[in-house]
Design a protein around this ligand. Structure first.
Ligand code: FAD
Length: 344
């Protein structure tokens, strides 16, 4: 994988893909098969979008041809499939502005000052710039990434730990059930006695609480952190009557959902439908010619926020974009079996 973090002079390429989630990664392949070179920008430090950031070890069952595949493995495969086309990844930077048009070409600018000149833009930005809802705790930043985590990348990293999980939704309940067998202790702190998760998961949670494997700390809320140099020693919780408890713990997993904002995308003169961009269904072109939206961020009648539909969006957008990148060349449709994979 080729990676550039920042550049001063504008880089020139055919296409910029905004978002390195599963759909952005597959778009590299689709563009590449048509001879279109791509640079990919993502706000996160790693490729994979929701699959990497939210559920890398969860199996997905509805990817055609894979009866079951872990989300992280799907991303590895997509990166491998894209690799022959030598995409350049600009990770850890958000696209902050786009300028220009299909006639004159576009310029994409990122939060790190990278500027890329291109002929077409494919927005594969999922739910937009997403980040965790953070609990309002003093000194939180000191512990983030060291002993406070908003996602579990590797379950094994939590073996033998004393873990406080905050929240009452699917993530909180699923991870409590999943981590209980390998953790020294799991507390689940929730402000209500009832959990908003799949009934079977809630049943397992109560069963584990019955055996003492999980301590349900309800109705309590997180109130403070104790520890030094980013290493947690205890998490303080409070109930509505002001009663306090101190939970000895070395890991905190606050699962309060994701803040979902379009961020700068809302300022790009695109036709927005709430948190999505309206596109023409067959081509995924937006109201701005030369700018396409694919995957979860795209909206058209019957749109399903599924990876497989995002893959189809990527194919449609790439074929339409060909006419914009190579206006003087007719596109002769060929199957991959006929064409093979030719490196760019
Ligand atoms: P995303 O995966 O959301 O990636 C978008 C990327 O764009 C992100 O990395 C983000 O950082 C980046 N980005 C956004 N704005 C900017 C910007 N301005 N600059 C730079 N980068 C930006 N789908 C299925 O088909 N099957 C399943 O079984 C399934 N299970 C799921 C389970 C869970 C727990 C969750 C949360 C989702 C599940 N999904 C499933 C949904 C699936 O993950 C999404 O449909 C898919 O991730 C959408 O891919 P995407 O590439 O469009 O967007």
């Amino acid at each position: 994988m080729s990676t550039e973090t920042a550049a001063t002079a504008p880089i020139e390429t055919d296409a910029v893909i905004i978002g390195a989630g599963p759909v952005g990664l597959f778009a590299i392949f689709q563009l590449g098969m048509l001879g279109i070179k791509a640079h990919v920008v993502d706000a996160l430090d790693e490729a994979g979008g929701q699959c990497t950031a939210l559920y890398p070890e969860k199996p997905i069952y509805d990817i055609p041809g894979f009866p079951r595949i872990d989300a992280g493995d799907l991303i590895t495969n997509l990166e491998e499939q894209a690799a022959p086309f030598h995409p350049v990844y600009h990770l850890g930077q958000q696209v902050s502005a786009i300028a220009g048009d299909a006639e004159a070409g576009f310029t994409v600018t990122t939060s790190k000052g990278t500027t890329i000149a291109c002929k077409v833009i494919l927005i594969a930005a999922g739910g937009g710039a997403f980040g965790p809802n953070r609990p309002p705790l003093d000194r939180l930043a000191e512990f983030e990434g060291k002993s406070v985590f908003y996602l579990v990348k590797r379950r094994e990293d939590f073996r033998g730990r004393r873990i406080v999980i905050g929240g009452g939704g699917d993530s909180a309940v699923d991870w409590a059930v999943s981590l209980a067998p390998i953790a020294e202790k799991v507390y689940v702190v929730h402000r209500r006695d009832k959990f908003r998760a799949a009934p079977e998961s809630v049943r397992q949670l109560h069963e584990l609480a019955g055996t003492g494997a999980i301590d349900l700390v309800t109705p309590f809320q997180l109130a403070g952190l104790e520890g030094e140099k980013g290493q947690l020693a205890a998490v303080h919780v409070k109930d509505l009557d002001g009663r306090e408890r101190s939970l000895e713990a070395d890991r905190l997993l606050p699962f309060y959902g994701l803040a979902n904002t379009l961020g700068p995308i809302a300022d790009w003169d695109l036709d927005l439908h709430k948190h999505q961009i309206a596109v023409e269904r067959s081509t995924c072109e937006t109201n701005r010619p030369g700018i396409y939206a694919i995957g979860d961020i795209a909206d058209y009648p019957g749109k399903l926020k599924l990876i497989l539909q995002g893959f189809s969006d990527a194919a449609g957008a790439a074929h339409h974009a060909y006419g914009r990148v190579f206006p003087d060349q007719a596109l002769h449709f060929e199957h991959s079996t006929t064409k093979g994979v030719t490196q760019l």
